[in-house]
Design a protein around this ligand. Structure first.
Ligand SMILES: [Zn+2]
Length: 231
């Protein structure tokens, strides 16, 4: 089995969604805080957002029942890879060892000149002194290892995700509304290659009609029961 996860799974940990009700982008204009053009012109918007919103939020949240259930299913040998749209690193924190992060991760920050990597904690302390933070090796500019609006997904990551989807017998979607490209396309590819497609999501998705199983509920309620059944 391969699992495809989206914002819904992290929402159950208390990470606000982006566009939904109460979503982050209603409060923070993504054109200022999450677009590559603004970031290159004036990275201080992103870094103030990181300092005041992103970092405190990520320090607070923990993996939830869904993340833990997926890690346990992997441990049992029933799950090969998690493909995720999320950038919060909660799958790895829960214990999943094979995770493909389509949009990168906020937890790694690197120098755009010399590629030196920094942790979130290191950069948070740099931000006490200066915004934007500069590389301590070469004074280059830093950036998070995420895909900003206006940037393409990394082709090698995307290729890896498609390869996993094409090879799997069972593709389980968890907490994704399957609307943002390539979210819809990856499960569709798996289905076309003969995999069973199952969707667990609170709201309906464009692939519901095509899926073999659809459960409209919170993943945190459903996945622990799947683990129980597997046992
Ligand atoms: Zn550097």
């Amino acid at each position: 089995m391969v699992t495809f996860t989206g914002a819904g799974i992290s929402a159950e940990s208390g990470i606000p969604t982006y566009r939904g009700e109460g979503g982050l982008w209603h409060k923070y204009d993504p054109n200022l805080y999450a677009s590559i053009n603004t970031f290159l012109q004036d990275p201080s918007y992103y870094w103030s957002f990181f300092r005041d919103v992103r970092y405190p939020m990520l320090k607070k949240v923990k993996p939830n029942k869904s993340h833990l259930a997926l890690a346990e299913i992997e441990e049992r040998g029933n799950l090969k890879t998690v493909i995720t749209q999320n950038i919060d690193g909660l799958h790895q924190e829960a214990g999943s060892s094979s995770v493909i992060e389509l949009h990168g991760t906020t937890r790694i920050i690197y120098c755009m000149t010399c590629s030196q990597e920094y942790t979130m904690d290191e950069v948070f302390f740099m931000l006490e002194v200066q915004i934007p933070p500069l590389c301590s090796e070469c004074k280059g500019r830093l950036r998070p290892d995420v895909v900003f609006f206006g940037e393409a997904l990394k082709p090698q990551i995307l290729a890896l995700a498609y390869a996993e989807a094409e090879k799997c017998d069972f593709l389980l979607v968890v907490g994704s509304s399957l609307v943002v490209y390539p979210a819809a396309d990856i499960p569709l590819k798996a289905k076309r290659m003969g995999a069973v497609l199952a969707i667990i999501n609170k709201e309906t998705t464009p692939l519901d009609d095509l899926a073999d199983y659809v459960i409209h509920d919170e993943a945190g309620k459903v996945l622990p029961r799947v683990v129980k059944l597997l046992k």
